[in-house]
Design a protein around this ligand. Structure first.
Ligand code: ADP
Ligand code: MG
Length: 226
């Protein structure tokens, strides 16, 4: 048992360390990308091709960080009472530019006083990954609904999109590492999301219909605010 505990602590430590490093690495990647674009604009065609390959590779590195690691510096893994309305509204704000680029709109209906226990950065990471997938699945007139309610002392959150949807076989593979149907996917987003929700004593289920859309259902035990 002791041995197991130590192993878990070590894993926690490594994942915290990875998240901090990722946070620090993201900025230099962005700066480098900016300079490459600048030089590329003043280069001949052959060099432009090479610069564009370099920029693509940098983007791939950034994408892995975005999908896999907490978007903000973790606050020493603190667990606090989270107000679902506040947290989900913040996630909506963070994701709005990406939604706008893809012509999608959000419809958010979350009651004021639902609280759960968790780490705010990890919560945001989990929901950003789910919503990013919804945005990427959208076709024309994309709508993403975010709603929440209380049911049997649980907070129940639903993220629904009217995107391309999935076949049964696809739904069964969600959360599997490196499972992706996208040309530029990492297949890491939902693996991380399932893990975060599990650690927060929650559950995540998907319902989807090909050509119609997808719903993610997330359940957490409710808590009282301090
Ligand atoms: P990635 O987004 O990098 O492909 P994810 O783990 O985030 O990796 O998602 C895995 C796969 O699950 C996606 O490639 C896609 O096929 C499918 N998927 C997830 N969410 C949705 C959704 N809302 N609509 C349609 N397909 C989805
Ligand atoms: Mg994804």
């Amino acid at each position: 048992f002791n041995h197991q505990l130590q192993r878990t602590e070590k894993l926690e430590f490594v994942s915290e360390l990875a998240a901090s490093i990722a946070h620090e690495v993201r900025n230099p990647l962005q700066v480098t990308r900016g300079f490459l674009q600048l030089i590329s604009a003043r280069s001949n065609e052959v060099n432009k091709t090479h610069f564009s390959m370099a920029i693509n590779e940098l983007d791939r590195a950034s994408m892995i960080i975005t999908d896999f690691l907490t978007f903000a510096k973790p606050e020493l893994d603190s667990i606090v009472a989270l107000n679902l309305k506040e947290e989900l509204t913040t996630v909506e704000t963070i994701m709005s530019p990406l939604a706008a680029i893809n012509g999608a709109v959000f419809q958010v209906k979350v009651p004021d006083q639902l609280h759960i226990l968790g780490n705010p950065s990890k919560f945001k990471q989990a929901f950003m990954n789910i919503i990013k997938n919804s945005i990427e699945a959208l076709q024309d007139n994309g709508i993403i609904e975010i709603d929440a309610k209380e049911e049997n002392s649980m907070a129940v959150i639903r993220i629904a999109d009217n995107g391309e949807g999935m076949e049964k076989e696809q739904v069964a593979r969600l959360g599997e590492p490196y499972f992706s149907t996208k040309t530029k996917g990492t297949g890491l987003g939902l693996m991380v999301t399932f893990r975060i929700i599990e650690v927060m004593n929650g559950t995540l289920e998907f319902r989807s219909e090909k050509g119609k859309g997808t719903e993610a259902w997330i359940r957490f035990p409710l808590t009282h605010p301090n």
